[in-house]
Design a protein around this ligand. Structure first.
Ligand code: TRP
Length: 317
């Protein structure tokens, strides 16, 4: 019998091939979130340096009542990229105090995360009816049309910051197109601040973020039968004030050939050469205003923490 290689070529193979053979080298950020990556990210959200998650949660807890009052009456809540919906309960609870029935549609690509979301919300807000939606945003936002009533769409975290400004507007416009007059969007943005706060948030002393970044290479080793030596790379996080973003790289410590067997590809990566793995854009209020306006939303109100490190913006259709 002839032994044949039967390993399936993953859908991201072409993107990896293009990114790793080009110059400057890049890798698609979707590689971050396999099971290990998702766990490492959870760990990042608990790091002392990573102020984002806890700051946003505090804003939501403090202003939930005001937020739902400003958003309108008889709302159905839809959360894009809900994950396990760990930040949503204060808003949902505030809503149950204002209306008889609250429906919550957490939307995510991961059925496992949605299962957790359902359990969490059912336990913490028993009066809310949870209806998980499994969807890949690459396929559009058509699912929004099937949800009836006036909608409050949540896009929390700083995920919008992982899009280039043009792509962010494109994505929000797509959402906007599925909404009706009176519907609202509550959008989280991490705000521009001193680099002495920003840089450690993406380069912590325990090295969890470095592990998270290098996990991308571990994934290529596994899924594309590559031979990246993880110790030959250094995690780099830089603030780019001109583009208003944190830039995340993997920098090569010595020149070496790397082979990606499934792609039948060998590349030379030089000492000091950087592979760009992610951007995280930081917004000012005028930038957030412009982004929402360009996507067809009217910015009605923003909420911040005391230091103005993180913002939640209410955009109206
Ligand atoms: N959305 C998160 C952010 O931009 C993702 C993230 C946190 C991240 N730390 C990272 C992405 C380090 C790449 C590398 O804050």
């Amino acid at each position: 019998m002839i032994a044949r290689e039967t390993a399936a070529i993953p859908s991201f193979a072409r993107e990896v091939e293009e990114g790793i053979s080009g110059f400057p080298k890049t890798l698609p950020c979707k590689l971050f979130y396999d099971a290990t990556g998702s766990e490492l990210f959870e760990e990042i959200t608990r790091l002392p340096e990573y102020y984002l998650t806890r700051t946003e949660l505090a804003i939501l807890e403090e202003h939930a009542a005001e937020m739902v009052r400003a958003a309108g009456q008889n709302l159905t809540v839809v959360e894009l990229g809900a994950g396990t919906a760990a930040k949503t309960c204060s808003l949902l609870r505030a809503l149950t105090r204002r209306q008889m029935r609250v429906s919550f549609f957490p939307v995510d690509i991961s059925p496992a995360a949605l299962g957790e979301a359902r359990e969490r919300v059912s336990a913490e807000c028993p009066n809310v009816s949870v209806r998980p939606v499994v969807a890949d945003f690459a396929e559009g936002f058509g699912f929004l049309r099937d949800i009836r009533g006036r909608k409050l769409v949540l896009y929390l975290g700083s995920s919008i910051g992982n899009f280039d400004p043009e792509s962010a507007v494109k994505m929000l416009s797509q959402v906007r197109r599925e909404l009706a007059a009176g519907d609202a969007l509550l959008l989280g943005t991490d705000m521009v601040k001193n680099p002495s706060i920003l840089v450690p948030a993406y380069d912590d002393t325990q090295g969890v973020t470095a592990e998270f970044n290098k996990n991308v290479l571990r994934r290529l080793n596994r899924d594309l039968q590559a031979d990246f030596d993880l110790d030959a790379f250094r995690h780099v996080a830089l603030w780019n004030p001109i583009r208003s973003r944190m830039e995340i790289y993997l920098e090569r410590l010595r020149t070496q050939m790397v082979t990606l067997r499934l792609l039948q590809l060998t590349v030379r990566i030089h000492v000091g050469e950087r592979i760009h793995t992610e951007n995280s854009y930081k917004y000012t209020l005028p930038m957030a205003h412009e982004m929402l306006r360009d996507a067809g939303f009217n910015l009605e109100r923003s909420w911040f923490d005391e230091c103005k490190w993180f913002g939640l913006h209410l955009g109206r259709v």
